[in-house]
Design a binder for this molecule. Structure first.
Ligand code: 13P
Length: 255
């Protein structure tokens, strides 16, 4: 069995290297003496903090990127390639986050290019998908997830599937403190597994992890992650406080 995966998406935080240093101090302190037998822990800070992260040489916390650009190298002002993220210590990259879709106009074609670049560079991908509140209300969850998965994974063969983790992040639950019921998460997981099985195979899908993301807190981690037997969590705000982040990781690791 694969390990569970707990990912902290720090988004555009913290503000300074000093604050990030304190964050890392907190992580070290809160990880001390704890063993995570069944769980991988990944933190995705802004890329400007990668070196600081790597220099800490933390044994049990891996580094991830929040996004990459799909080209390999060249005149693309402001962008960072997947290969550069990897060469600077990242082992994972998030792709297709709903904030990238909303504020930066990313669509499935772009996400597909980025996903291919991530896999080609040797990084593991965390592909975010999820329906909006409107789509849920109009019973569009299944077709939306199907479209997102089929288009984002187009041209990516079964040989690469084990390096892809799917994060089910309903858009209406991101940053809102609204959360789905266990049954709703389970239902989405079943839909996702079915679509993936059609694209790949049952055996291949067993190796793919499916996470839940959107307003995960320690008091609801049982409801949205443990009860629907998700393979982990993608955590935003609550990952900004090492104590809370590690608390959620422990709850999921121990189940
Ligand atoms: P919150 O946990 O702050 O709702 O954010 C979720 C998220 O977007 C993780 O990628």
């Amino acid at each position: 069995m694969h390990k569970k995966l707990i990912v902290g998406n720090l988004k555009m935080n913290p503000l300074t290297p000093t604050e990030f240093g304190r964050y890392l101090d907190g992580l070290e302190k809160d990880m001390k003496g704890k063993r995570f037998e069944k769980t991988e822990i990944v933190v995705c800070p802004p890329a400007v903090y990668f070196r600081q992260f790597v220099e800490r040489k933390m044994k049990d916390v891996k580094l991830g990127a929040q996004d990459v650009y799909w080209e390999y190298q060249g005149a693309f002002t402001g962008e960072i390639s997947a290969g550069m993220m990897k060469a600077n210590g990242a082992q994972y990259s998030i792709v297709g986050h709903s904030e990238r879709r909303k504020y930066f106009g990313e669509n499935e074609e772009i996400i597909n290019l980025k996903l291919k670049a991530i896999l080609k560079s040797g990084l593991n991908a965390i592909l975010c998908i999820g329906e909006s509140g409107e789509e849920r209300k109009s019973n569009q969850t299944a077709p939306v997830l199907k479209k997102q998965l089929e288009k984002s994974l187009a041209g990516i063969g079964v040989g690469k599937s084990e390096y892809i983790t799917i994060a089910y992040e309903p858009i209406w639950a991101v940053g809102t403190d609204k959360i789905p019921s266990s049954d709703e998460v389970l239902e989405a997981k079943i839909i996702i597994k079915k679509i993936l099985t059609e694209l790949y195979s049952r055996k291949a899908v067993e190796k793919m992890r499916i996470l839940y993301g959107g307003s995960v807190k320690s008091h609801c981690a049982g409801q949205v992650c443990v009860d629907p037997a998700m393979d982990g969590a993608l955590i935003g705000r609550e990952s900004l406080t090492p104590y809370d982040f590690i608390k959620i990781a422990k709850i999921i690791d121990e189940k």
